[in-house]
Structure formats: structure tokens, C-alpha cells
Design a protein around this ligand. Structure first.
Ligand code: ZN
Length: 154
């Protein structure tokens, strides 16, 4: 099992910029690329009823991304969203919403980014296993995923 997610520096910067611009609402979007690399962060509308505390990726954008992937476009590797006031880790609600499909979840909060894989029986909330983040240029970021043992209930 791959325990590191490789992101292009552009994709990582784009998610951070989006999180900052959306504040105090949750920003969200899709992570696109190949099996080896998250090449692009695609901004999506947050259509949740209360986007300050929840996120729901615009289903139209989600369907379109999957359609493009099927016709030879970039694969949909996962999603990102921000926590304007919560910690940089998936919430219990995120776990309840996440399908255990192996997708990458990137969470942005307080200037940090953490990455997770949605799996059955994950170490956090029974749904997420932590992933280290590496940048395309080979430099590991300072925002490695926290030890699951540090996770608190939020
Ligand atoms: Zn969340």
C-alpha cells in the first residue's frame, strides 16, 4: 500500500490559495492526475447547506470530472477541502461521508495540509489512514500527516 501521496507543487499551492480565499467557508475541490502524481487541484463549488461547517462538492462538477476521466482525461484521485476552524484532519462527519474507495483526502486547516486515504477499517474514525505528502520536486513538506494516535475527537 502506498503511504505517500505525491502532489505537484502547483496543485498544493492551488488548494492552499483556495482555502484562504474561501475562508470562513469550507473550500472544496477534486484532485486530478495519474496513479503516481496529483497533477491538478480542480476548484469546485461547495453546495453544502452550511458551507461554514460542511462541504459537498458540486455534483455536476464531480460527474463531469469522472466523464472526462473515462474519455482519457486525468483520473479523479480524490478530493480536498478546508476546515476554517477545525483541525487539519478528517472529522467524524468526514468519515461518515467518505466512501472507502481508496481515494485521497487532502485537508487544509490553519496553514497546514494533511493527506489521508479513505479505506475500510482506517486508523482514524475507522475510515482514514494517514498519508505522507511529498512534492513533485522531491522535497517532503513540513506538513506530514499527524500520527493517528494524536487524533482527538472533534
Ligand atoms: Zn472536513
Amino acid at each position: 500500500m502506498v503511504t505517500t501521496v505525491l502532489l505537484s507543487s502547483d496543485a498544493l499551492a492551488a488548494t492552499r490559495a483556495h482555502a484562504a480565499e474561501a475562508y470562513p467557508l469550507e473550500a472544496c475541490g477534486l484532485l486530478l492526475g495519474t496513479d503516481e502524481l496529483v497533477e491538478q487541484a480542480l476548484r469546485c463549488s461547495n453546495v453544502a447547506a452550511d458551507p461554514r461547517t460542511r462541504f459537498e462538492i458540486d455534483p455536476v462538477a464531480l460527474i463531469a470530472a469522472h466523464r472526462r476521466a473515462r474519455s482519457g482525461g486525468s483520473a479523479v484521485l480524490g478530493c480536498y477541502h478546508s476546515h476554517p476552524s477545525g483541525p487539519a484532519e478528517p472529522s467524524a462527519r468526514d468519515a461518515a461521508d467518505a466512501a472507502p474507495d481508496g481515494g485521497v483526502w487532502l485537508i487544509l486547516a490553519g496553514g497546514r495540509a494533511t493527506a489521508w486515504r479513505a479505506v475500510t477499517g482506517g486508523s482514524l474514525h475507522g475510515r482514514f489512514d494517514p498519508l505522507a505528502i511529498a512534492c513533485e520536486d522531491g522535497s517532503a513538506t513540513a506538513q506530514a500527516a499527524p500520527c493517528p494516535g494524536d487524533a482527538n475527537d472533534h
